[in-house]
Design a protein around this ligand. Sequence first.
Ligand code: ATP
Ligand code: MG
Length: 159
Amino acid sequence: EPVEIQEMLEEVIDRFSFQLQQRDIRINLNIEPGMPLVSCDPDQIDQVLDNLISNAIKFSYEGGLIEVTARQLDQEFVQISVKDSGIGIPQRHLERIFERFYRVDKARSRNMGGTGLGLSIAREIVKAHGGTIHLDSEMNKGTTVVFTLPLHREEGAAV
Ligand code: ATP
Ligand code: MG
């Protein structure tokens, strides 16, 4: 179904406002003007965004900045990215980070809650929409997750 991605991003970010304020973390929402509608299941994409933003907050330092960006990638896809300036993920873990229950190390995640399912679910959902998802990270610099979603096409529109 056609979804206004800006509205959805604002709604998800709003839900974290208390946590953000508590930890003095700022979120910048950067949306290209004239963004087209996206074709997706809003509940599922809400779940993806909720996890990516909650991860970004969990693993950010106090006073950190999170940047959420949405832009049209090409004639078929919109690209959404969530970038934090937090603790990062060591290179050797990146390959397995989308696996179910995979967490970087128990010590640092123990107090953070969570089961290690968020990213694997996110990947399943994005794939089911025909999109792709990638994570890039550097220790002590931060993490960026980028995913794509198909544009909504008007019924009967020329391909
Ligand atoms: P859940 O999402 O099920 O509540 P979780 O957040 O631990 O639990 P994932 O979202 O799948 O699980 O993330 C897996 C692991 O990847 C995390 O436990 C953490 O070690 C690492 N990780 C994910 N996102 C980030 C991030 N933005 N910065 C640093 N590490 C991250
Ligand atoms: Mg998570």
